[in-house]
Design a protein around this ligand. Structure first.
Ligand SMILES: [Zn+2]
Length: 262
């Protein structure tokens, strides 16, 4: 079983089932609830948050691999689904309708087409009926997280475009064109994370978004994932540091990173 050649970055998550007991015949698209990069998402999936996806797409349309297609990821709150689905997390806004960027949307279509081609999925079939989706009736081979859990995932923006996504993917599949990509350089994660803080250290950027995503996911805040280390992020960091018996200095340095990613 292969992975997509479209991948720009690999950061394996330990959170997945080993192998699959079903052939891949389903696609499940999720929204991240944060306009993050594929590097940030890799850190989240490598932390103590027991979640992952096979692929992720960043706000910039780059594609990350976190769990090999040969393994079932922990994405959709449903073993039977993730056992047969390739799951994809797409960077999105943090509030309804959880819109994604055009770059991410376009990358999603190409990635799904590639997954279908390599796994012998001849056509992608969407249904607005939950019964069709969860029971794979009428050829339906796309499911959504909200079918299995009390979540809005994949958000109305993507949910309402699933018919359009299927049509665009099928157009590629019908054309017989190869899905190609250049510049698919693989980058591995390096633990040398920068020091971050509200002041005195780096206070904006991708790594700040990573911290915000991690703090939100661990319920230390309800932060806007904007990459700006403001007062709310400062307070959430201090709350997290207190819980881990670290100095409550609001500086995300070596120890705080280590505990955030543990
Ligand atoms: Zn989801």
């Amino acid at each position: 079983m292969s992975n997509s050649v479209l991948v720009d970055h690999i950061h394996y998550s330990p959170h997945h089932y080993y192998g699959r007991n079903h052939k891949i015949d389903t696609i499940t698209i999720h929204c991240v609830v944060g306009q993050c990069s594929i590097e940030s998402l890799g850190l989240v999936f490598d932390s103590n948050i027991e979640a992952s996806s096979n692929y992720g797409i960043g706000y910039d349309g780059r594609i990350g691999l976190y769990v090999d297609e040969s393994n079932a990821a922990w994405t959709s709150s449903n073993y039977a689904n993730d056992n047969r689905a390739v799951t994809i997390e797409v960077a999105s806004d943090t509030c309804n309708p959880y819109a994604v960027t055009d770059a991410a949307y376009n990358a999603l279509i190409i990635l799904v087409a590639d997954i279908c081609k390599r796994n012998g999925i001849k056509r992608l079939i969407w249904s607005t009926s939950k019964n069709d989706r969860v029971n794979h009736l009428n050829g339906c081979n796309i499911t959504v997280h909200r079918d299995f859990d009390n979540k809005s995932c994949p958000g109305d923006y993507l949910y309402n475009r699933h018919g359009q996504i299927a049509a665009a993917v099928n157009k590629i599949l019908d054309s017989g064109d190869d899905v190609e990509y250049d510049g698919g350089q693989k980058i591995y994660f390096d633990i040398s994370m920068p020091y971050l803080a509200k002041s005195g250290y780096i206070s904006t950027g991708e790594e700040v978004k990573t911290v915000q995503l991690l703090l939100n996911a661990m319920n230390y805040g309800d932060l806007e994932v904007d990459g700006i280390f403001g007062s709310a992020t400062d307070q959430a960091v201090k709350k997290f540091q207190k819980s881990r018996e670290l100095d409550q200095d609001g500086i995300v340095g070596r120890d705080t990173w280590r505990y955030l990613l543990k």
